[in-house]
Write a protein that binds this ligand. Structure first.
Ligand code: UDP
Length: 323
C-alpha cells in the first residue's frame, strides 16, 4: 500500500541539495525541477563536476551557490527552504585514500550545519547515508535492522564511520529538537553524469571496455555488488522523503552480480575485445552487498525499472559524449 504523501504541488516549494554537482544529486535536482520546484544547489567541486551544474542551469528555477558546507553555509536568512537533501559526501573508495579528512568533515560538520538549518527553517531533512554503514556485512541480503560490521580504523573508515555519525546526528536532531528527518542508505549506483575516472567499478569497466584495455578485476572477482541505475535510485529517495517514517530505508536494486560477472557482462554488452586482468583486492573490501528493499516496497510501489544492459549502454553513451 502506498504511504507516500506528496504536497498538492511542488511549484511553491524550495528544495536545497547539498552536493548538487555529484551525479546522483544532479539527477535528483533535475527530477524536482521537472516537478516544478525551486531547487538551490550547493557544491565545492571537490569531486563534483561543473558539467552536472551546467545541465541544471538551463532551468529557470535552479540556483547554484558554490559553497563548502562544512565551513559555513551561505546566508539563507531571507530564503524559504522546505526540504533539504544532505548529499555532499565524496563516495568513491579512491576518494577515501585521497581526501579522508574532507569526507569526515562534510559528514560531521557539514551535516550539522544542514541539520541546524533544517531546524531553523522548519524544513524536512534527508540524510543520504550508505550501505557502507553495514561494513563487510555478516548477514545477506542486508536489512535495515542490521547494525553493521565496520572496521573503525581501516581504509574505508573515514566514510563508513562518518556516515554512521551522520545518521546518529540526524536521529539526535529528530529526538532532541523534533526536526522532521529521513535517512536513506544508498547501495551501489551508476549512470550518466558519473565521472569516467571516478575509480568505482562500473565507470572503470566501461572506460576500459571502450578503450579496449583489460578490465581490472580486484581479488578473485567473486565478491558481489548490486547495481542501481541513477534514475531508479532518485525515485527511491523521493519515496522516502515523502513517506512519514524517520527510520533508515535501504535504497537500491537487489539484482546481485559477482565482480567477474560484471566485467564479463560489460565486455559483452559493449561488444568489446577487452580481456580481464586480476589485481590485488583492496583491504576491507566488502565481500557481499545486496539490499533487502522490503521496507521501501512496503511504503511505495517502488520497483527498479532500468535493466543492467540498458543502464550500461546509456552510461557508455554518456562517457562517449564527453570525448
Ligand atoms: N572493483 C574492481 N575493479 C575496479 C574497481 C572496483 O574489481 O576497477 C571492485 C572492488 O574491489 C569492489 C567492487 O568492485 O569489490 C565495487 O567497488 P567500487 O569501488 O565500485 O565500490 P564499493 O562497492 O567497494 O564501495
Amino acid at each position: 500500500m502506498e504511504k507516500i504523501v506528496l504536497p498538492a504541488s511542488l511549484e511553491d516549494k524550495v528544495i536545497l541539495v547539498a552536493g548538487a554537482a555529484g551525479f546522483v544529486p544532479s539527477t535528483l535536482c533535475e527530477f524536482y525541477l521537472n516537478l516544478g520546484a525551486k531547487v538551490i544547489g550547493l557544491d565545492n567541486f571537490i569531486t563534483g563536476s561543473q558539467s552536472n551544474i551546467d545541465i541544471l542551469s538551463k532551468y529557470k528555477k535552479f540556483e547554484f551557490i558554490k559553497n563548502n558546507i562544512y565551513e559555513k553555509l551561505p546566508d539563507f536568512k531571507s530564503t524559504k527552504i522546505d526540504y533539504i537533501f544532505s548529499m555532499a559526501s565524496p563516495a568513491s573508495p579512491i576518494d577515501f585514500g585521497l581526501i579522508p579528512l574532507e569526507i569526515m568533515r562534510v559528514n560531521s560538520e557539514g551535516t550539522l550545519h544542514l541539520l541546524e538549518l533544517a531546524r531553523e527553517k522548519n524544513a524536512r531533512f534527508l540524510e543520504a547515508s550508505t550501505s557502507e554503514v553495514y561494513g563487510d556485512p555478516e548477514i545477506h541480503p542486508q536489512t535495515e535492522d542490521y547494525v553493521g560490521h565496520v572496521n573503525p580504523i581501516g581504509p574505508r573508515s573515514c566514510y563508513d564511520e562518518s556516515k554512521r555519525f551522520a545518521e546518529a546526528m540526524t536521529m539526535s536532531f529528530h529526538t532532541r529538537y523534533k526536526v522532521d528527518t529521513r535517512i536513506v542508505r544508498i547501495f551501489n549506483t551508476y549512470g550518466p553524469r558519473m565521472r569516467p575516472n571516478d575509480g568505482r567499478v562500473i565507470p572503470n569497466f566501461i572506460t576500459q571496455a571502450l578503450n579496449g584495455e583489460d578490465l581490472t578485476v580486484y581479488g578473485d572477482g567473486l565478491q558481489t555488488r548490486s547495481y542501481c541505475y541513477s534514475t531508479d535510485l532518485v525515485e527511491a529517495i523521493h519515496n522516502v522523503m515523502f513517506c512519514n517514517d524517520v527510520t533508515p530505508f535501504n535504497c537500491g536494486n537487489p539484482d546481485e552480480y559477482t565482480i567477474k560477472e560484471t566485467a564479463e557482462l560489460i565486455i559483452k554488452i559493449l561488444g568489446s575485445q577487452s580481456k580481464i586482468k586480476y589485481l590485488p583486492l583492496p583491504k576491507d573490501d566488502p565481500r557481499r552487498r545486496r539490499p533487502n528493499i522490503d521496507k521501501l516496497q512496503n511504503i511505495s510501489a517502488y520497483k527498479p525499472q532500468v535493466l543492467f544492459e540498458a543502464g550500461i549502454r546509456q552510461t557508455a553513451e554518456y562517457f562517449k559524449s564527453l570525448i
